[in-house]
Design a binder for this molecule. Structure first.
Ligand SMILES: Cc1cc2nc3c(=O)[nH]c(=O)nc-3n(C[C@H](O)[C@H](O)[C@H](O)COP(=O)(O)OP(=O)(O)OC[C@H]3O[C@@H](n4cnc5c(N)ncnc54)[C@H](O)[C@@H]3O)c2cc1C
Length: 426
């Protein structure tokens, strides 16, 4: 079994990028070479703001090159829960932002000719329990009434028109959604940044941040320094001790994926008929989709501290895949990998500026494939003071999650509980 992700194995040619050496100057230094950082840089460069992106590993080494590539509308929370938490006005703006995020990605892909198998055939949220479809119908009403957004319900009896499985009891289709090759999008965005004059250093971990007497930022790596007017930290689920305030407001949650060998095209078209981005309504959800080369990319939840547990989790995921699609029983799983999703206490993304001037955006909670690009644009607009309308995800303060260091363990325990609950209701 290959340890690298299927996306890495099937990616377009990477440009070689240097490591930071010596002293460099720019207007804005951006820490993190995922979608958030690359998008911030992309939009700033277009305003003639000189940027340097520092990436610890390679572009897309974090979640941006490892995810399911499902471009979804909305948030981890349901529409009704958003309204309850934020009030109708903010909830409406938040929802619109999520719709706009996929349009923005489409525009970037088209205008930069990014080869990333982008397709917009909609998403399917599949009902795990028979009763889940009632909740989906209620949600459909809210989406249409409050957000003027139409989605379609697939009745249990019609489910075979979507998926070749008896595992689910109907579902909900959102035609606005789509999917892409996540790493190829990240690589294409990085190339576009450089084409606009931006600089990206790889294998360049930001180790320390200081400010000089004029409040200029100095970011130190092992072999160099960047001097800048502004700093953006967009390290999301991979946030370390560089900025402890940001780190303490994020819980990194592991998500795992497997991918089969390329399968006969006819079979894949039969399993997921309309090439949608699929996820389900289990507590520990499955998400899956076809790839451009006819593999099944199948993801789920998982966190493990040792190799034996890890093997077990991947085996469980494979058995989940073949339970959903018995036709894949003989399919060889060629790749398995994992990555970190960043989740905030509210389960909603945050963007804004700390008291010391540091800009940030993170916590997309499994919806960042779409949201992080538009959030990068939002930070860029804030830096150049073009954010005339306040971003609905902007927060004035970030507060540490109490007992933050214990949260990873708590998440692990919650997963055992959720797994038990999912089994009970099957
Ligand atoms: C397995 C998996 C499946 C997922 N599936 C989906 C999906 O289908 N749909 C969806 O919407 N979302 C999905 N997500 C979430 C989505 O991938 C993320 O929300 C999104 O990629 C976040 O982008 P980002 O740029 O904010 O963070 P990342 O892409 O995680 O980028 C952060 C970067 O910061 C770098 N970094 C950290 N510290 C430093 C430092 N000190 N110096 C320099 N660099 C540093 C890291 O190396 C990393 O590259 C999934 C995530 C995972 C892990």
């Amino acid at each position: 079994m290959d340890k690298i992700s299927m996306w890495e194995a099937t990616a377009n040619q990477r440009r070689e990028r240097p490591t930071l050496e010596g002293d460099q100057q720019c207007d804005v230094v951006i820490i993190g070479g995922g979608y958030s950082g690359l998008s911030t840089s992309y939009f700033l460069q277009q305003k003639d703001v000189k940027t340097i992106v520092l990436e610890k590993d390679l572009v897309g080494s974090g979640a941006s090159g490892r995810n399911g590539g499902e471009l979804l509308t909305g948030y981890m929370d349901s529409a009704s829960s958003l309204i309850k938490k934020k009030g109708i006005d903010v909830a409406r703006r938040m929802y619109q932002l999520s719709l706009d995020s996929i349009d923005l990605i489409e525009t970037i892909i088209e205008s930069n000719d990014i080869d990333c198998a982008f397709t917009r055939k909609g998403s399917l949220k599949a009902a795990y329990r028979a009763s889940d479809i009632d909740g989906m119908k209620r949600e459909q009403e809210v989406l249409e009434r409050e957000f003027n957004h139409k989605v379609k319900i697939v009745e249990p009896s019609e489910m075979q028109t979507e998926l070749k499985t008896t595992f689910y009891h109907g579902g909900r289709i959102d035609e606005k959604c789509g999917h892409f090759h996540p790493l190829n999008y990240a690589l294409g965005l990085a190339d576009a940044v450089e084409n606009f004059g931006g600089v990206i250093y790889e294998n360049s971990e930001a180790l320390r941040i200081e400010r000089d007497a004029n409040n200029k930022v100095i970011v130190k790596t092992t072999s160099g320094r960047v001097f800048a007017d502004e700093i953006v930290i967009v390290t999301n689920g991979y946030s370390g001790d560089l900025n402890k305030r940001i780190k303490r407001t994020i819980v990194p949650v592991e998500s795992i994926m497997i991918a089969t060998e390329p399968m006969p095209e006819e079979l894949m078209k039969d399993l997921i008929k309309n090439n949608r981005a699929v996820s389900d309504s289990k507590n520990l959800l499955y998400y899956f989709r076809r790839t451009a080369d006819n593999r099944m990319a199948f993801g789920g939840s998982g966190r493990s501290t040792n190799k034996r547990d890890q093997l077990l989790l991947f085996n469980q995921l494979q058995s989940g895949m073949t339970t959903v699609f018995p036709d894949l029983r003989e399919a060889k799983v060629e790749y398995q990998w994992s990555g970190k999703v960043g989740i905030t206490k509210e389960k909603l993304p945050y963007m804004g500026r700390l008291e010391d001037g540091t800009y940030f955006a993170y916590g997309y909670a499994g919806h960042g494939a779409a949201l992080s690009t538009i959030m990068g644009q939002a930070i860029a607009r804030k830096i150049v003071a073009e954010d005339d309308v306040a971003n609905p995800l902007e927060v004035k303060r970030i507060r540490p999650i109490p007992f933050h260091s214990q949260h990873a363990k708590a998440v692990g325990l919650m997963k055992y509980y959720f797994r038990y609950e999912d089994k009970k209701k099957s």
